[in-house]
Design a protein around this ligand. Structure first.
Ligand SMILES: [Zn+2]
Ligand SMILES: [Zn+2]
Length: 487
């Protein structure tokens, strides 16, 4: 018995990870067919609780698991789970999302079976996320869906019944004029899986109500990664925030408050990205363009440069992105389909067109967001599965990839690798406009360009175009004057 107990603890991979609270105890036959309430004090300000139960299962001992907060029932999973999470936004299926009041909670252990003479040790570990901390989130995530550094392809802008997504009902789908209804989230997720994507962010307008369903769908739809997002939809612009730990209040009246909202989004651990920023705002599309005068540009992590299948005009954010690079900001160009219809029968949007392609260390939400922050990202406008744009530069003995920095010492040697760009043109861009254009004549092509001494640009980026429309949009490499410290 003792050996079993020791082996069980030594083999548990969670042992090595720090937790906020560990509660242990022992059950005997006296606990058979009873409930053991294990009290735990939850401090104020907790945004997520993850708990893990482990116990000695020898002699057919079985424990059920449930959770009560100070005032109400929060969930029950019987013997089906040994790890659950609850937050204001979402919870493990079988558990209730909602506020996490400070006070005494009860981890409830049901005991359907423990034999006479058996002693079963149990251990309950709890992790708490407060502002800035993510231990409970990490513990709830589990293993990455794919390991290894690679380019991962996904769609960062989708809607469903939790805001204004719609589709034909099942009964009328084949009719000449099908009846349309708010479209259940699982249809969007299935469309993303059918498109062969590695990840999607579901970004309903101003709500986190879809987060719980994403948590339910995630194990079933893996290895497609589901990232919870929100399209903050204000009177003067739309912005996607990715993976906030809680609700971020979008209600801004008047013409100020955006900088504070951006701070709040970052405090919630989210990445902040402007959507379709160049759209005109007016009665046709209210608040669609980005016109917040107090925008904190250091807190704009990304700009959606392609929205839906539109590649020219104000639906793109290409001009706004280049303006920010010219201003010295480091902002990553991304894209999203803005699909409101998983069947793709209304409007120009298709799930997975365009895609944002991100080099990440693994397929997990933190790694994908880190990839965006690092700028190792390109946009595949048509959402192909095979096109590639990678871009490196060398100057002053330093080499940088997209998102990186270089000293502008002497010549800058730029190498652009394009797959799937036959017949297209690589345009090298900088803060003074186009630097260079080279036609591509091979399916797998590397274009080398030298920016001679005296070339002065704050940034350089590559865009692959065909017939005047972009196929691939790469992110910038930032150039600092020679001698200045590179970040
Ligand atoms: Zn929008
Ligand atoms: Zn949208």
């Amino acid at each position: 018995m003792l050996l079993t107990f020791l082996a069980f603890f030594l083999l548990d991979p969670q042992v090595a990870r720090a937790q906020d609270i560990t509660l242990t105890g022992e059950l005997t036959r006296a606990d058979h067919e009873t409930y053991r309430a294990v009290p735990v004090t939850v401090p104020a300000g907790v945004e997520r609780i993850t708990l893990a139960l482990s116990y000695d299962k020898a002699d057919h001992t079985v424990l059920d698991l449930g959770l009560w907060d100070p005032t109400r029932f929060r969930g029950w999973s019987g013997g089906a789970r040994d790890r659950v999470t609850v937050a204001t936004t979402d919870a493990t299926p079988g558990y209730l999302a909602g506020p996490l009041p400070a006070g005494t909670w009860q981890v409830m252990l049901g005991v359907p079976n423990i034999r006479a003479g058996t002693h079963s040790r149990y251990r309950v570990q709890l992790w708490f996320d407060r502002a800035g901390g993510r231990a409970a989130t990490v513990q709830a995530e589990g293993a990455p869906l794919r390991s290894g550094r690679a380019w991962y392809r996904g769609d960062l802008h989708l809607h469903d019944a939790n805001s204004d997504g719609s589709c034909a009902t099942r009964a009328t789908a084949a009719a000449a004029v099908p009846a349309r209804v708010p479209c259940p989230l699982f249809r969007t997720v299935l469309a993303a899986a059918a498109a062969g994507l590695d990840f999607v962010a579901v970004t309903d307008h101003n709500t986190v109500a879809h987060f719980a369903a994403l948590r339910e769908l995630q194990p079933w739809v893996a290895p497609l990664l589901l990232i919870p997002g929100v399209e903050l939809t204000t009177f003067h612009g739309h912005a996607n925030i990715f993976a906030p730990s809680r609700f971020v209040d979008f209600r801004l009246a008047g013409r100020e408050g955006m900088a504070a909202l951006q701070r709040d989004a970052h405090a919630a651990g989210a990445l902040f990205s402007l959507n379709h920023p160049e759209l005109p705002s007016g009665e046709r599309c209210m608040g669609c363009g980005w016109t917040w005068p107090d925008t904190d540009w250091r807190r704009v992590d990304a700009i959606e440069v392609i929205n839906a299948a539109v590649t020219t005009g104000p639906m793109t954010g290409l001009t706004r992105w280049r303006e920010r690079l010219d201003a010295g900001d480091r902002v990553t160009a991304i894209a999203g389909s803005d699909s409101h219809d998983p069947d793709g029968v209304t409007g120009p949007s298709r799930v997975g067109r365009p895609t944002t392609v991100i080099e990440a260390n693994e397929l997990s939400t933190p790694a994908i967001l880190d990839g965006i922050r690092a700028g190792r990202v390109f946009v595949d406008v048509a959402g192909t599965r095979e096109r590639l744009l990678d871009f490196t530069a060398t100057a002053g003995g330093v080499r940088a990839a997209m998102g990186g920095s270089l000293p502008l010492c002497g010549s800058v040697y730029v190498s652009t690798h394009v797959i799937g760009g036959m017949g297209a043109t690589v345009r090298l861009l900088g803060d003074r406009g186009e630097i260079n254009a080279t036609a591509i004549s091979e399916a797998d092509s590397t274009v080398r360009t030298t920016l001679g001494k005296g070339a002065a640009t704050k940034w350089v980026a590559a865009v692959v175009e065909r017939d005047g429309a972009p196929l691939l949009i790469g992110n910038a490499i930032y150039l600092a004057p020679c001698g200045r410290t590179i970040e």
